[in-house]
Write a protein that binds this ligand. Structure first.
Ligand SMILES: Cc1cc2nc3c(=O)[nH]c(=O)nc-3n(C[C@H](O)[C@H](O)[C@H](O)COP(=O)(O)OP(=O)(O)OC[C@H]3O[C@@H](n4cnc5c(N)ncnc54)[C@H](O)[C@@H]3O)c2cc1C
Length: 511
């Protein structure tokens, strides 16, 4: 008689949790996902607006092959679950001096645009930067991002056998310092420095290595039909098709440890869910804060979760815009990036912010008439407590956001009220122990990416998945972290199955 399949409880239906759940269910495990939120997606959330649900989390989908691989690995097709459109214009950028620049999916078109924007020298510098970002991305993709447990010694060996990487990495430079040396036009250094915020860093404190993020964007940006949240819904549907069960609106209060290994997950309503394996998809800082029980408090060193990455003030609303012609992704830069990032480093809202706007209903050259949906993001500092933001803080944010945009000639009718704003303090309450930080541990410092916790917590039966774990934040990375957690579980299971055989079907692709 076959033993019953291993029971897995996944705490959190964010991208990392969903990705792990899908792979584990496909491999024949009995998987249950619990989430304190009423819907899947975690940070990939929406708010209601007069024009329908509007995204309030991630908006830029890159690295499509990561999602395709997830679906392929369980015998499904991404295109059967969600409709994606490739954007020709990656983003439109504006500066206070009146200049603007579009970057394109077609690298030649981007190089031409940079040449027209800042001259032939800038075009050459851009081409060199593009090649360097590609080299870095390709050099670190396999040994770092796709490795379940990257090791410093393996990476050092990798760099030693590819010595040109040392020049490309510019290990003693920050991203801003490196870009300042690569671009003679400070606007271009500012533009490419902004990619540090994709993983929650400041370009003035992040390593030059993060220049590789540009290569992820340059490979294509995808618009999700119906809004980004549909991607989470697609993963939820695939998970259900694979037999995963879900409990929403249910907070996990403790991971029970027996004989030094995971035994169950306790829920706030008193339910005890027996579990052979537990995947924790919340912020790993919650473990150190004791939110999953005393037994897990000491499982991670503090520098695995601290210092924290940046947070944001996020507007999600419907209105009619007047002013410059926007595309799907738009960036309105401040004059001096120091004025944005220095206040954030000091724990304050930036006085002169750079503002990113996702015009959710635009894309492929389409400009809607009348009211449309927008998400505006202003970077902000994390906060130590989750107390509600004061009315004054919200009004200050409103003034700074919409006065800044008005200087670019952009206004919204009606001008959104503060009920459409999510503040860092609000994020801190939505994601326990996160301190409002949206990307886990800060990426500042050359070894930051090696300090993040990996899938195996070091306590048998407990695993991590999500943007706070290796390989880091962003929806493709969080999705990869779910793959790492699933692979770690299946490997551990295989190594113990000699003594305790379990019934599993299917398998997991490690392509
Ligand atoms: C405003 C914003 C903009 C962003 N922009 C982009 C972008 O453009 N592109 C990009 O790639 N990334 C972007 N990101 C980052 C990206 O959204 C995240 O890195 C990714 O979604 C994190 O996924 P995750 O797996 O860590 O899960 P999370 O999204 O963090 O979800 C974790 C889930 O766990 C649940 N949970 C936690 N504790 C418990 C508990 N005790 N019991 C039950 N449930 C629990 C939470 O409710 C939550 O649903 C953005 C994020 C934000 C907030």
């Amino acid at each position: 008689m076959a033993a019953s399949p291993e029971k897995v409880v996944v705490i959190g239906a964010g991208m990392g949790g969903l990705s792990a759940a899908i792979r584990l269910a496909h491999a024949g495990l009995d998987v249950r996902v619990v989430d304190r939120a009423p819907v899947p997606g975690g940070k990939m959330r929406t708010m209601d607006s007069t024009a329908g649900p509007v995204d309030a989390g991630p908006t830029v989908m890159t690295l499509r092959p990561v999602f395709e691989e997830l679906f392929d690995s369980v015998g499904a097709r991404l295109g059967d679950y969600v409709t994606l459109h490739r954007e020709e214009v990656l983003a439109r950028h504006w500066w206070p001096d009146g200049s603007s620049l579009d970057l394109f999916a077609d690298p030649q078109a981007s190089a031409d645009a940079v040449g027209a924007f800042a001259g032939p020298k800038a075009r050459k510098e851009f081409e060199a930067f593009r090649r360097r970002a590609k080299r870095l991305f390709e050099a670190f993709d396999a040994p770092m991002m796709r490795a379940v447990t990257p090791s410093q010694s393996a990476l050092t060996r990798h760099v030693m056998t590819h010595p040109w990487l040392i020049f490309d990495m510019a290990p003693h430079r920050t991203l801003a310092g490196s870009l300042g040396a690569q671009f003679s036009d400070p606007r271009l250094a500012q533009l490419f420095g902004r990619y540090a915020t994709y993983v929650g860093g400041s370009p003035f404190q992040s390593p030059a290595l993060l220049g590789l993020i540009w290569h992820a964007e340059a490979q294509g940006v995808w618009r999700v039909e119906g809004g980004m949240h549909q991607l989470a819904r697609a993963l939820e549907k695939l998970a259900r098709d694979k037999g995963v069960t879900f409990s929403f609106g249910t907070r996990a209060t403790r991971i029970e440890i027996q004989n030094g290994a995971a035994a169950a997950v306790h829920l706030e309503d008193g339910t005890r869910l027996p579990a052979d394996r537990v995947v924790f998809n919340g912020d790993p800082a919650a473990l150190g804060a004791g939110l999953m029980g005393e037994a897990l408090r000491e499982t991670l060193p503090r520098d695995a979760t601290h210092p924290r990455s940046i947070s944001a003030y996020v507007w999600s609303f419907a209105a009619q815009p007047h002013g410059p012609e926007m595309v799907h992704h738009n960036v309105f830069f401040c004059a001096d990036p120091r004025k944005e990032f220095d206040p954030i480093a000091a724990g304050h809202m930036p006085e002169d912010p750079t503002l990113y706007i996702c015009a959710q209903d635009r894309g492929a050259g389409r400009t809607p008439q009348g009211e449309e949906r927008f998400e505006i993001i202003m970077n902000g500092p994390p906060v130590a407590d989750g107390a509600e933001a004061t009315d004054e803080e919200k009004e200050t944010c409103r003034t700074r956001t919409f006065q800044t945009l008005a200087r670019f000639g952009l206004t919204f009718d009606p001008r959104p009220g503060v009920q459409w704003l999510t503040t860092p303090r609000h994020f801190a309450r939505l994601f326990p122990a996160s301190e409002g930080s949206l990307y886990g541990r800060s990426p500042h410092g050359l070894t930051a990416s090696l300090k993040r916790p990996t899938a195996r917590l070091g306590l048998p039966g407990v695993y991590l998945a999500g943007g706070g774990a290796h390989p880091g934040a962003g929806i493709p990375m969080a999705t990869l972290s779910g793959r790492h957690a699933a692979e770690a579980i299946l490997t551990d299971l295989a190594s113990t199955s000699m003594s305790h055989p379990t019934a599993t079907r299917g398998g997991i692709s490690t392509a």
